[in-house]
Design a binder for this molecule. Sequence first.
Ligand code: MSP
Length: 520
Amino acid sequence: MSFYVTTPIYYVNAAPHLGHAYTTIAADVMARHHRQRGEATFFLTGTDEHGEPVADAAHALGVTPQELADRNAERFKALAPQIEASNDFFIRTTDPQHMTKVQEVLTRVRENGFVYEGTYEGWYCPRCADFKAENEIDEGNRCPIHHIELTREQEDSYFFKLSAFQERLEALYAERTDFVLPRTRYNEALSFIRSGLRDVPLSRHKLTWGVPVPWDTEHVFYVWFDALLNYYSALSYAPAPAGLPEDESADLLKTFWPPSYHLIGKDILRFHAVYWPALLMAAELELPEHMLVHGFLLMDGEKMSKSLGNVLDPFAVIERFGADALRFYLLRDVPLGQDGSVSTASFEQRYESELANELGNLASRTIAMIGRYRDGTIAPGEVDAVLREDFLGLSEGVSECLDRAELTLALDEIWQRVRRLNRYVEEQAPWQLAKEPTRAGDLDLVLRTLAEGIRCVTVLLWPYIPTSAERLLAALGAPGLSLAGAALGTGGIEQVEPLEPLFPKDRGERELQSGEGTVA
Ligand code: MSP
């Protein structure tokens, strides 16, 4: 059993913002969850460094594309540990091994008869690095995403025979209705396919910043083909993840290909859901199992982006509240798949009411009561049958949700149990039981059940809030993270240790939102 999850590779034309952090965090939750299941897991992220978006940004700054790429790739690399991303590799498309692989695969595509020479004429958005069909153009020949004027391009290109895959793609979608999730995006991709596929440029003649076309070095590959192939090339030269058995480490492509999940934003659906499977078919490679398409994080109703200057600064949020709070907020507040508005007010509200009160206080109170009434010790025995019933099937339910990439739903399943534990404290009132010596056994049962319940939800919360979860599990003296141990009553907690507040309420006043310029 293996699991391979990817994020899009990020353009290095600007510094990372919350929209990028969002996808990486979602992929990280999936990767961590599968590691908890004991599966061989590979989690890939990285940077997309060729093409016009980067060349143009570098030109505007008066630096070479490579200099800009080096500078910003470092920032994306640095973001990963800050948001607690446990990626196994960070690919850069300027890695020579990647470039060689791109040439190799696309040469095979040509040898298989899916490349021809021609002339492209049409509308082009240099920021999307995308050729736009007539029905995708806003008034005034503008890009519907970037609102900039499109350019009219005419150039000699090599073309990829996308049209040859019309029937095979339709058959793929008919057979695998969960190839693209959620369903609305599946429908969108399918209707694009049904509307009739046209061949697409595979190379650029005017650009020099890219992977050279080996059979005609006057051309570089169109950046999207170079970029998509990162998911494949990375496994051919990345080091094996620590702890992977030797026989699975020798050839990562053999162990991990095809990808289990590509996580992408809705703006790059067509490249992934249409071009990518066609390209893989043309290269005779196995197709990914699923792609999960998420919506945009919005501020003031607009896609959050550097060029629009409306970003919630992930670094400021992390500095003030910690990465766990950011991770939790993004996956709790914005159902993955839909667009969602984020705001500092809703962030602070969730932090306070859910993390600090419902989870943090529950943990602190419970540990404090075990300290006060029982000197930190849990008497061995069964857990409360009522709670056992309420927790039945929880970890299986969470796994099922995550298999369908329902990250928000899985978190909600867990959180319902956090709330159940809070109600249990109120119902049982351990502080009353502690006053009645004849009910010592009941107090033991309640404290044991609470500690066990907190342990279970925390094991399940670990993919979402890894640092806080590890702290809490350490305080419970039960650091095990395996999902198999997430059933109520299996933890055998004996002794708990005092715990500093997990989510302190007073976090200073640093401004969380930043305008244009401050994140450049
Ligand atoms: N380089 C291409 C992807 C190539 S993958 C083979 C690219 N890069 S990007 O940096 O522009 O965007 C990367 C991802 O970030 C996309 O999935 C995009 O949807 C996502 N986001 C950028 N802004 C976003 C929001 N405001 N909200 C959520 N995600 C957004 O496209």
